[in-house]
Design a protein around this ligand. Sequence first.
Ligand SMILES: Nc1nc2c(ncn2[C@@H]2O[C@H](COP(=O)(O)OP(=O)(O)O)[C@@H](O)[C@H]2O)c(=O)[nH]1
Ligand SMILES: [Mg+2]
Length: 392
Amino acid sequence: MQMDSKDSSNIQAKDKEKKDLNESMNKLHIEGASSEQAGTSTTNFKRKPVIIIVVGMAGSGKTTFLHRLVCHTQASNIRGYVMNLDPAVMTLPFSANIDIRDTVKYKEVMKQFNLGPNGGILTSLNLFATKFDEVISVIERRADQLDYVLVDTPGQIEIFTWSASGAIITEAFASTFPTVIAYVVDTPRSSSPVTFMSNMLYACSILYKTRLPVVLAFNKTDVAKHQFALEWMEDFEAFQAAVSSDESYTSTLSQSLCLVLDEFYKNLRTVGVSAVTGAGMEEFFKAIDAIAEEYMENYKADLDKRRAEKQCLEEERRKENMDKLRKDMEKSRGETVVLNTGLKDKKDHNKTVMDEEDKEIEGEDDDDYEEFTEEEDVIDEDEDEEVARFSF
Ligand SMILES: Nc1nc2c(ncn2[C@@H]2O[C@H](COP(=O)(O)OP(=O)(O)O)[C@@H](O)[C@H]2O)c(=O)[nH]1
Ligand SMILES: [Mg+2]
């Protein structure tokens, strides 16, 4: 008789445990889903300002061009905001509203991490990227008073276009504002067909990498007109004729590539500019406005689609994990929980976790909480300090 009542109370307790478990899992599920839905919202996307990220080979004239853009915006009553992302630049010809150098000291980074110049620039950019949400919110707060945000990037193009931090920065911009790329081309240096082709391939790769609209700014037109480039882009036979004198492998490759790039050229806007004389500024801004519209029509939709797809996948993965977790927990009937850390020292690790659990049971959890909160506060203080270093 005694055994029977014990059995039935055991069954009741297990049923209750199972019910509790199901309830808590469902709650988790709902909470998870609703928080993701909140993340899906794109309501914080703003139509203004247009972000212009200036990229180009080292020495193509990005910084000088940006200075010219700043002068033009000031003279034409266009409301611009200027950002410098080159930590290694010694002096800037314009005053930047947000300057990476106020937050990260590139030479200190080189010393501290024992890096060369390029590693130093890359690490500085990485450090800055970790704070980029702050930068975005600063621009968001001023969004109503701005038409354009002009962004200068490090001299060496690949540091921005092929780094994780460059991608993070670009995506952070593109998911909040219409964002376009201004690819600065050194026109006199591109007069050789093979150099021209390699420059175009780079521009094309940036288009693929960033998935943002690109405008080609043929700079230094005071030294060499960009007419030849336009001809080569419009008529591939003209380009083939230009390379025909060169019998090298690259020239045959260039001939084939120009056919491939034909489609790329068709969807590309080009302007001839001179950062020194200021020629072509109006045309440049017209091209920017046109591609900003393009951004809203094509790229924004694509971005939203990609984001929705990603969230669907996340949701599926989460559901799968929840089901797995539910099964595992049902299997264990709430008695034991196997912590699979995947670590080599799994045994020891489990032991540590168990030890900690034992401690908690002994009522030491309050102390743990206190320690954790203190640590959090320290981190927050550090963050505030770094944020305070921005000069807005
Ligand atoms: N003649 C001429 N020189 C230019 C022009 N734009 C830039 N430069 C020169 O090109 C060099 C590199 O310019 P800079 O802006 O530092 O290039 P960045 O590395 O791309 O930022 C400098 O000596 C500039 O004076 C231009 O439109 N015409
Ligand atoms: Mg520069």
